[in-house]
Ligand binder design. Structure first.
Ligand code: PEP
Ligand code: MG
Length: 581
């Protein structure tokens, strides 16, 4: 039977392959009563299952290919540490003894009481810990029930060319899957701006998300087509359809290959305007691709990955050494380091006590607000950025600004640190540019005021859109409103670009909108001259830029901003997209 399911396109490309379904927490856990004489053996069985879980994790860790980001390895270490904890050893053993129940049931009771505590607290940080508890418990259950570990978590599995279907995937899963050579993936939850989606795009794995009940409709081992361009999944396709998609796949491949010639070409529009294309990076291994695609530098380095899955904040030297290596890898290209954007969807594992419960974490203590509240998090990072500015063209960027007072506070701290360094003879670049992200509507509206105090601006559309249209970017229910073309959003973008131009400072865009080829000409028409995109998208954007006449794009963009008739907007967008100017 053939079918087509529609989800959200989160990572471009076509994948055709057999399905492997990743099932978690679908295990049937039953309760058995034990005789007194059976208790000791049951506790032994528990300890053996926990030991085996640790063994599996050690195996995964040992087989992780070199070059795997340290953050991913740290994630596995966290699970190993949890397996050593009394919560997964002594406590379930006590339950077995006191209640005379089987080990599975004891682990389940312990899991339930841990989760209940987390849920009661309703702390977003603890919600992520809740997932870790489930992952660890799942491993113990599988061993007790003699189920094999999840296939993609084992080394050397034959997942090459397969398509993964899962309820949800963590960035760690995706990295493991990429090492297994999977062709594509489909998740029931998630959206285009989740970190898994961003990672999928930079790894170049086609993906569709938000496909509710995918696991109900799609069978293990059946062949499906994942269309990451249109967010569609097709099953039971006949030869004709398969052929059609294989052709599209081949065309895409040769198009991507043909783009390689652009690598060293200048990024100049048909009417002679020079455009700068920078790369967004998050993991150390992304830095290789910055030069491979011929980017002008790094326009956004998301430093929060340095803070995740660990029990202490990185100290000044760790920050410094990390940035230093990256400067070397960039060989003299500009390097924009964003100060930690922690909180909300990127919760650190440490310092949590200082982030009180928030009903709306995206509107709460995050990014620069959290940094200014927690000097032990912020100062070591600032000191390292200032120190490392002596070794290359570093730019510092502040996320989530909503009031100019925040800029003044940061500049005061920077001044204090620089004074100390001068006194102590520590080298730094006194002219290191300091810029800010415009991702809160209030900041976009007052971009001219920010522009007076900063050296550059960068528009973060991922957040700007969520705040402008009042939706949570990780909430599926309202994702249909997440529209970069919303006239309100475009006016904020246009205002910011205009403010930068009047102040004579550069304005870049580093949100996902900048890397989406559907909007390139519109953005050029709105006056954008700097794009920061994931490396996998850079050459495609360059192709469009070099085939655009900005004067024509400006005329169409102007009309697009002022005409709210849907039909006309669609025509204008199509005219911009196809280049039929
Ligand atoms: C943005 O908000 O557009 C952005 C680039 O930052 P992040 O996605 O890391 O919040
Ligand atoms: Mg942001």
């Amino acid at each position: 039977m053939s079918f087509s399911l529609h989800g959200v396109a989160i990572s471009r490309g076509i994948a055709i392959g057999r399905v492997h379904i990743v099932e978690r927490n679908q295990l049937d856990i039953a309760e058995y009563h034990l005789e007194v004489g059976e208790v000791d053996a049951e506790i032994e069985r528990l300890h053996a299952a926990v030991a085996l879980a640790k063994h599996h994790l050690r195996e995964i860790r040992a087989h992780i290919p070199s070059g795997t980001p340290a953050e991913i390895v740290a994630f596995i270490d966290t699970h190993m540490l949890m397996l050593d904890d009394a919560a997964f050893n002594d406590e379930p053993a006590r339950i077995i003894r006191d209640n005379r129940v089987n080990a599975e049931w004891a682990v389940k009771l312990q899991r339930d009481s841990l989760i209940a505590v987390f849920e009661e607290m309703e702390d977003p940080y603890l919600r992520t810990r809740k997932d870790d508890v489930d992952h660890v418990v799942d491993r113990i259950f599988r061993n007790l029930l003699r189920h094999p570990p999840l296939r993609h978590e084992l080394p050397d599995q034959k997942l090459k060319g397969m398509i993964i279907i899962a309820r949800d995937l963590a960035p760690t899963d995706l990295v493991l899957l990429q090492h297994h050579g999977v062709a594509g993936f489909v998740t029931e939850f998630g959206g285009p701006t989740s970190h898994t989606a961003i990672l999928a795009r930079s790894l170049g794995i086609p993906g569709v998300a938000g496909l509710h009940h995918a696991r109900r409709y799609i069978q293990e081992e059946e062949t499906i087509i994942v269309d990451g361009d249109d967010g569609v999944v097709l099953g039971g396709a006949d030869e004709r359809v398969l052929l059609q998609y294989r052709k599209r796949q081949a065309e895409r491949l040769s198009y991507v290959e043909s783009l390689q010639v652009l690598r060293d070409a200048p990024t100049v529009t048909l009417d002679g305007r020079v455009i700068h294309l920078y790369a967004n990076v998050e993991l150390a291994e992304d830095f290789k691709s910055v030069r491979e695609v011929g980017a002008d530098g790094v326009g956004l380095y998301r430093t929060e990955f340095l803070f995740l899955n660990r029990s202490t904040y990185p100290d000044e030297d760790e920050h410094f050494n990390t940035y230093r290596q990256m400067i070397d890898a960039l060989g003299g290209l500009p390097f924009t380091i964003r100060t930690a954007d922690l909180g909300a969807d990127k919760m650190p594992d440490v310092g949590v006590a200082n982030i009180p419960f928030a009903a709306n974490p995206a509107l709460g203590l995050r990014a620069i607000r959290l940094c200014l509240r927690e000097p032990s998090l912020f100062w070591p990072q600032l000191r390292a950025i200032i120190r490392v500015s002596a070794f290359g063209p570093v730019r510092m960027m502040i996320p989530m600004l909503s009031s100019v007072d925040e800029v003044h506070q940061v500049l005061d701290i920077v001044g204090t640190i620089r004074n100390e360094f001068t006194r102590r003879g520590i080298a730094f670049d006194p002219n290191m540019p300091i810029g800010g992200m415009i991702e809160v509507p209030a900041a976009a509206i007052c971009a001219d005021v920010f522009a007076r105090h900063l050296d550059f601006l960068s528009i973060g559309t991922n957040d700007l859109i969520q705040y402008a249209v009042a939706i949570d970017r990780v909430n599926n229910e309202v994702s249909y409103l997440y529209d970069p073309l919303n006239p309100g959003v475009l006016r904020l973008v246009s205002t910011t670009i205009g403010a930068g131009r009047s102040a004579g400072i550069p304005v870049a865009m580093c949100g996902e909108m900048a890397g989406d080829v559907r909007y390139t000409r519109l953005l050029l028409g709105l006056g954008l001259t700097e794009f920061s995109v994931h490396p996998a998208a850079l050459l495609e954007i360059k192709h469009i830029v070099t085939h655009t006449d900005v004067r024509h794009a400006e005329t169409l963009a102007e009309e697009f901003l002022s005409d709210s008739r849907l039909e006309r907007r669609r025509e204008l967008l199509q005219a911009l997209e196809t280049g039929a100017l």
